[in-house]
Design a protein around this ligand. Sequence first.
Ligand code: PEP
Length: 252
Amino acid sequence: MRKKIVAGNWKMNTTLPEGLQLAKEVNEALAARTPKCGVIICVPFTHLAPIANEINAEKLGLGAENCADHRSGAYTGEVSAPMVASTGAQYVILGHSERRQYYGETSETLKEKVALALENNLTPIFCIGEVLEEREAGKHFEVVKAQIEEALFNLSAEDFSKLILAYEPVWAIGTGKTATDDQAQEIHAYIRGVIADKYGKEVAENTSILYGGSCKPSNAKALFAKPDVDGGLIGGASLKCADFMGIVDAWN
Ligand code: PEP
């Protein structure tokens, strides 16, 4: 059975003291619950090690928001997958649309990042999704298929099975516009079909596919009720403990 997951993406928000405070709040809120899903927070690099020291890893997973496409060396300012892993983090978001859009990430670089993440026992939360013009032109299916094929289909079935996917329509990220639960279900089922065609039904059925894009406590339940939506990647609403927990509780 594939895992149900709610993962936060803090993006470039919170100073270290603010981030530590938020992580402690989430950690405490989880200590008082038995969540029906896995819960992960993905935080700025600077916050990883201090947060790892404060949280109960049994109940709260920790991830980075990116990693370098090289193992080590003369890449000033970059943070490698081994460095991320050495903080105690277990996850890394890769291919977020903001990185594709603002930092020119391509499928080629993402292929390297995925390989390095896996080599360092980090679980990639791999993001795919179309921009508004592509959705309006009815190209969203072919766009997400190409993103998956180009960056991931070099993987063995064993390695592919280690991934978490996140479908995030770019027009819904941070805009307050959410895909409807039917739109999410339609494309999640399609993505699962693309995986099944390449790796077989069992791998496809075991892959967690999260929805991301203005997911909040008020719409999470309807989205998560869809059979192919296995949880959410949460941006804005992960920055307030009560909102994030409201989404975690949508699985109850
Ligand atoms: C995201 O950045 O992954 C995201 C889904 O953001 P938001 O929830 O703010 O739309």
